[in-house]
Ligand binder design. Structure first.
Ligand SMILES: *[C@@H]1O[C@H](CO)[C@@H](O)[C@H](O)[C@H]1NC(C)=O
Ligand SMILES: *[C@@H]1O[C@H](CO)[C@@H](O)[C@H](O)[C@H]1NC(C)=O
Ligand SMILES: *[C@@H]1O[C@H](CO)[C@@H](O)[C@H](O)[C@H]1NC(C)=O
Ligand SMILES: *[C@@H]1O[C@H](CO)[C@@H](O)[C@H](O)[C@H]1NC(C)=O
Ligand SMILES: *[C@@H]1O[C@H](CO)[C@@H](O)[C@H](O)[C@H]1NC(C)=O
Length: 786
């Protein structure tokens, strides 16, 4: 019995075990395919992942250079996703936390490449759960913040590549916990502070690239890193001593730092050295001629230093030299014959020395012999404006401003018939009885159906809407004195005035004609009282003038803000009397305009689209807050009906929404044009927009230098490349031909705030907020990304 039962029991156990293995494997594979599909979704369905779907077997897909999934024994060990170069930042609803939470469900990952996917946010510490990770490359995203401490748990890491992100803070002391590290590449980030000495313990290091950050101070002693082949430190503040290095280097780039020492003799023993670039420092002392004949050297650039020494015609050079740049040093003697080849495949530059008989510009000999020239500190010559001139310019500005505000307000009357007709289709506005007028603002503000959240926040800073008394109007305009008269539009006269509290206002008087009832008038004031926002030239209130006999209204005075500080253009491209806005202020202004547009589209019901916005319609107040002065206001129609909103339903009908959608994007286009002008700093004519957009497009793809070369020289130095690029990208996207492809106001705003945030971080970082602006920088508004 026993014997007969045993095998069957064993079989049963085996079967159960097999079954459960099979099931767990199935479970497993379906869970990682779920994870991958979730990743695809979290990355907002990038084109590169279009082939991923529920039906594919991820482990047997073909690898390409941009998409690789490699499995080992049923788990994913390698995941490479490379998006389109210069990918846009993922939308606001992207969550790096959710993303990394999904990622760590692939715990066997050894190789992870997530490049150019628009990923943004601080690197979450739970990335450390990927404990098998050996190679990670997350270049060209928008990651920011410090390297999380928990990363130090990833002791198998061999390659860390964080290039082209916005990581900041110090490089942590614990970097040497990555004992297997061979590649550390942090190019183009915002790291600062000095580099920890612990790096000198990373003996396996082959490539160390810290280019283009804000590092400073001395380079740790790297002479123990006998495997180090590539050291790139360019565009930082390292110095003053030449770094101590092993002699296996192949590439050494120290360009544009603060080195001030001599070049140690040891460099002439770097027998593998192919590329040496020490340009744009203040290296002094003799230039070792042996460097020209190093056996492997192909590129040698010592330009922009103070190196001395005499060259001889009989000096020798490595025949493999492709480029030699000796310019702007203190070299004397004559150019070696070996450098004088006329071949096209070798560049030899040596201007700005004191060499004999050459084709390239040289200095007189004493220049190179004044050895003692200290690091020159050129006194900064600041231009002082005469006070009288400033006063004069202000006078003129106010003069023109009056005109602009007038034009702006006249728009109230001449804008767009189509809005009027669109509004007329909607049910009539809810009546507000006249004697409620003084309680207007609280009534309006409490009525959620009238006023969206945007508006509630947007009116912060504006005095509450109110009814003015006739006495106030009379006093403000000095009894309608001709000196206050600004002009006359189709619907009445315009006056400039000053209220008792000192604030400047514009007052328009609209006469009631026979075709209007007093009630129309009230509808009208009710309607325009909603056009109030921090970034609109807003209506402050109204005042009815009444007939004495029947006390019906004879006219209404509409009191609006008077914005005294000039048009946005006058601070950008048309600045005869002013200095121009800083880059930060430009972004702030753009954010203001975008918020104004967002309000017009979504802050009032019905939304106001197709406002035909121009940079000259954007005014700046004393605090450089941008305000849109010209937008489509409802008209007081002559047929006896004022333009009307739709307060009874909080939503627009779908058909209206649809038809509105494209109009929506015409404001976005106009906004793109304004951005163009903010970036380029010159007047943009509509016929040039396409050309300029293409120019921007090309320069987005170019390198930082080229990109900078096209922008307003006034902000050239003081804008961070990432910030500039983001502004350019959003401008280009606003200007695409197909309206549907233009971004939403939300998207625009998000990108602008992003540009501001990066710029802000950078300014804080480099402590160089003083870029010669006449205006103290606006209180920097740090935004949070969540
Ligand atoms: C983010 O919003 C877009 C639409 O704007 C939507 O298609 C996408 O699924 C959202 N993503 C997430 C992760 O919620
Ligand atoms: C990171 O990955 C991208 C895409 O594969 C590649 O182009 C880039 O060279 C990698 N970075 C480094 C430093 O190898
Ligand atoms: C480095 O940058 C951080 C912010 O990113 C800042 O708080 C810190 O003061 C900076 N340190 C130095 C030495 O500049
Ligand atoms: C040498 O370096 C300078 C400054 O970094 C650069 O402008 C120049 O083009 C370089 N020369 C060559 C031949 O690459
Ligand atoms: C090169 O020429 C100089 C004088 O013209 C001479 O002193 C020197 O010895 C020569 N060097 C070699 C290596 O021939």
């Amino acid at each position: 019995m026993k014997n007969r039962h045993f095998p069957s029991a064993l079989l049963l156990v085996l079967a159960t075990v097999l079954l459960s293995i099979h099931r767990s494997e199935q479970l497993h594979s379906s869970s990682y395919s779920q994870t991958l599909l979730r990743i695809k979704q979290l990355l907002n369905f990038p084109p590169i992942l279009s082939s991923w779907n529920h039906n594919i077997d991820f482990c047997s897909t073909d690898s390409t250079s941009s998409l690789t999934v490699i499995c080992y024994e049923g788990t994913i060990t390698q995941l490479n996703i490379v998006g389109e170069t210069r990918a846009h930042i993922l939308p606001r609803n992207f969550s790096i936390d959710s993303f990394v939470s999904s990622l760590v469900r692939l715990p066997s990952l050894k190789v992870l490449t997530l490049v150019s996917l628009g990923i943004w946010g601080p690197l979450p510490s739970k990335i450390a759960q990927l404990s098998s990770l050996e190679i990670v490359n997350v270049s060209s995203n928008f990651l920011y913040g410090a390297i999380p401490q928990e990363l130090s748990l990833l002791s198998h890491l061999q390659t860390i590549i964080l290039d082209d992100n916005m990581f900041s803070g110090h490089l942590p002391e614990w970097m040497d916990s990555f004992s297997a590290l061979t590649v550390l590449s942090l190019k183009n980030n915002l790291f600062n502070g000095s580099v920890p000495d612990s790096l000198s313990n990373l003996e396996n290091m082959r490539i160390l690239s810290l280019s283009h950050n804000h590092f400073l101070g001395s380079v740790p002693d790297l002479s123990r890193l006998t495997n180090l082949q590539v050291l790139e430190l360019d565009d930082n503040g390292f110095g003053p001593q030449f770094p101590r290095l092993g002699n296996k280097l192949v590439t050494l780039v120290l360009r544009n730092n603060k080195f001030r020492s001599s070049i140690p003799d040891k460099v002439s023993s770097y027998y593998q050295l192919e590329r040496l670039d020490i340009s744009e420092n203040t290296f002094v002392g003799p230039f070792q001629l042996e460097l020209l004949s190093l056996p492997s050297i192909t590129y040698l650039n010592i330009s922009g230093n103070k190196l001395t020494g005499m060259l001889f015609e009989n000096n020798s050079c490595n025949p493999g030299l492709e480029a030699v740049d000796l310019s702007s040093n203190r070299l004397t003697g004559s150019l070696p014959k070996c450098l004088m080849t006329n071949s096209n495949d070798r560049t030899v530059l040596y201007a700005g020395n004191c060499l004999e008989e050459t084709n390239q510009n040289q200095n007189a000999l004493p220049f190179c012999h004044t050895e003692a020239i200290a690091v020159g500190i050129v006194p900064e010559v600041k231009k002082h404006r005469r006070v009288s001139k400033v006063v004069l310019s202000l006078g003129i500005v106010c003069g023109t401003m009056g005109g602009v505000a007038l034009v702006a307000l006249l728009f109230f009357t001449v804008r767009r018939g189509n809005v009027k007709s669109k509004m007329k289709k909607n049910p009539p506005t809810k009546l507000i009885s006249e004697n409620a007028a003084s309680g207007y603002s609280s009534k309006l503000l409490s009525d959620a159906r009238y006023i969206s959240q945007t508006m509630k926040f947007g009116t912060v800073g504006l005095p509450p809407y109110r009814a003015f008394t006739l006495e106030e109007i009379v006093a403000a305009t000095n009894n309608f004195d001709t000196a206050s008269f600004m002009g006359e539009g189709s619907q009445g006269k315009m006056y400039r005035g000053q209220l008792k509290d000192g604030s400047l206002v514009a007052i328009r008087s609209v006469k009631r004609t026979k075709s209007h009832s007093t009630q129309d008038f009230m509808h009208y004031t009710e309607l325009i009282s909603k056009y109030r926002h921090r970034h609109l030239v807003s209506v402050l209130g109204h005042c009815f003038e009444r007939y004495l006999d029947d006390s019906s209204a004879s006219s209404v005075f509409i009191v609006s803000e008077y914005v005294p500080n000039g048009t946005l253009r006058s601070w950008i491209s048309d600045r005869h009397y002013r200095k121009s806005l800083t880059w930060t202020q430009r972004i702030e202004a753009a954010i203001g305009v975008a918020k104004g547009i967002q309000f017009l589209h979504t802050g009032i019901v019905p939304g106001v689209y197709a406002n035909n916005l121009k940079i000259t319609d954007v005014l700046l107040d004393q605090n450089f807050v941008a305000k849109i002065s010209s937008y489509t206001l409802p008209l007081l129609s002559n047929k006896g009906k004022a333009g009307q909103g739709n307060p009874s339903s909080g939503f627009r009908s779908p058909s209206l929404k649809k038809s509105v959608k494209c109009e929506d994007k015409s404001d976005i286009y106009d906004f793109g044009v304004i951005l163009l002008e903010l970036i380029l700093g010159r007047t943009v004519k509509s016929r040039n927009v396409d050309t300029l957009r293409d120019l921007l497009q090309t320069s987005i793809a170019a390198d930082g230098e080229a990109r900078r070369s096209i922008i307003d020289p006034a902000v050239h130095k003081a804008c961070l490349d990432q910030s500039l690029k983001t502004m350019m990208e959003i401008s280009v996207r606003c200007l695409v031909k197909e309206p549907a492809e233009r971004p939403s106001a939300e998207d625009v705003l998000w990108n602008l705030q992003f540009a501001a945030q990066v710029q802000d971080a950078w300014i804080g970082d480099s402590q160089s907020s003083d870029d010669g602006s006449p205006i103290s920088p606006l209180a920097s508004q740090r935004m949070t990304f969540h």
